[in-house]
Write a protein that binds this ligand. Structure first.
Ligand code: NAD
Length: 262
């Protein structure tokens, strides 16, 4: 008996890199896989390898999310796990070089995809009695990241969303966490960054190491965490602290209970 026998898992960006590594690991633990990606050829190949399904859609499209989740519930009986992982880099650090089309492309994949994904999958998991959502943020969601400020903005958004959604989803036994890797050896890393990494003898993280942290999130009970993944570190929960409160205390960032629907 494997840890995820009988579970149904959806992985966005599952055709490549971190998503493909996660899909492989979840499959090896017994889960049935649904791969979501824009890349039809690689997505179909991944699904064939993993004896799973492939659905091609843009994760920024809420209607497509609705269709996909309805089909999964009808055909596979429900959804237990979602790795909201699809994402793109901007390709430039220079503010004036980011045209509107580039801005929208990055926001759609990295922010809309996680928001509409969570909005679609959480109710399906609640209907199943609970589940696990893991979003791929980045170390760039925790630090200032000069090589790609737009990317950093989107990944900060993912971390903020995950932490802010965790309490309400916990009430339906759905937990949600973010993985925040450093530089991972995938096609997302452009040639320039690759050359800089090589010149500095800076080690890449293996996508399989990120996948292991995703699996730990899925199997664990923690929620609302941002887990830093670095070479040789595994997943380390980042500790947020020290935000000044209205009375000068430094622990609280929480509004009073009941405010804004909390
Ligand atoms: N590679 C790194 O160094 C690194 C570090 C930290 C975080 N991340 C994050 O990890 C995630 C996965 O990236 P990766 O490094 O494996 O890159 P990757 O390019 O190998 O995989 C990303 C996949 O997402 C798909 N995708 C992109 N936009 C999509 C959309 N709108 N709808 C559906 N599918 C879409 C792509 O087709 C691709 O298959 C991303 O969110 C990325 O920001 C990567």
């Amino acid at each position: 008996m494997s840890a995820l026998d009988g579970k149904v898992a959806l992985v966005t960006g599952g055709a490549s890199g971190i998503g493909l590594a996660t899909a492989r690991l979840l499959r090896s633990e017994g889960a049935r896989l649904v791969i979501v990606d824009l890349d039809e050829e690689a997505g179909r190949a991944a699904a064939a390898e993993l004896d799973g399904r492939f659905v091609r859609f843009d994760v920024a499209e809420p209607d497509r999310w609705g269709e996909a989740v309805r089909a999964i519930e009808a055909e596979l009986g429900g959804l237990d796990i979602a790795h909201l992982n699809a994402g793109v880099a901007t390709g430039t650090a220079v503010l004036r070089e980011v045209g509107e089309a580039t801005y929208r492309r990055v926001m759609r994949a990295n922010v809309d995809g996680v928001f509409f994904g969570a909005q679609a999958v959480a109710p399906a998991m609640a209907r199943r009695g609970g589940g696990a959502i893991v979003a791929t943020a980045s170390i760039a969601g925790l630090i200032a990241y000069e090589p790609d400020p737009l990317y950093a903005m989107t990944k900060h958004a993912v971390v903020g969303l995950v932490r802010s959604l965790a309490p309400q989803l916990a009430r339906e036994s759905v937990h949600i966490n973010a993985v925040c890797p450093g530089m991972v050896d995938t096609p997302l890393v452009g040639e320039e960054a690759r050359a800089l990494m090589a010149a500095a003898a800076f080690p890449f993280i293996d996508p399989a190491d990120v996948a292991r942290v995703v699996l730990e999130c899925v199997l664990g009970e923690e929620t609302g965490q941002a887990l830093v993944v670095q070479v040789g570190l595994g997943g380390v929960a980042y500790r947020f602290s020290g935000v000044p409160g209205p009375r000068g205390e430094r622990a609280g960032s929480k509004p009073p209970a009941g405010l804004a629907g909390s």
